[in-house]
Design a protein around this ligand. Sequence first.
Ligand SMILES: [Zn+2]
Length: 67
Amino acid sequence: MTASRCPGCPDGVKHPGKYLCRACWFVLPEAARRLLNRRDSRAYARLRQLRTQLDAGVPLAEIRITA
Ligand SMILES: [Zn+2]
C-alpha cells in the first residue's frame, strides 16, 4: 500500500482509504467528519463535495457536507 499526497495541505501524507491526512481531518467540522465517515451509497457524493470545496479553496474548518 502506498500513501499519497493529502489534497488539503501542501505536505501531508494521506493513507489509503482516508480522504485527508490526520492533521487536516481533525480540522474539519465535526458534522462533516461524521458524514464523511459514513460508508453507504452516498459516500462517493460526499467525497465529491469535499474535493470540490478543497479545489475551490474553502478552508478546512469551513467545509460543509450536505449529502
Ligand atoms: Zn493534509
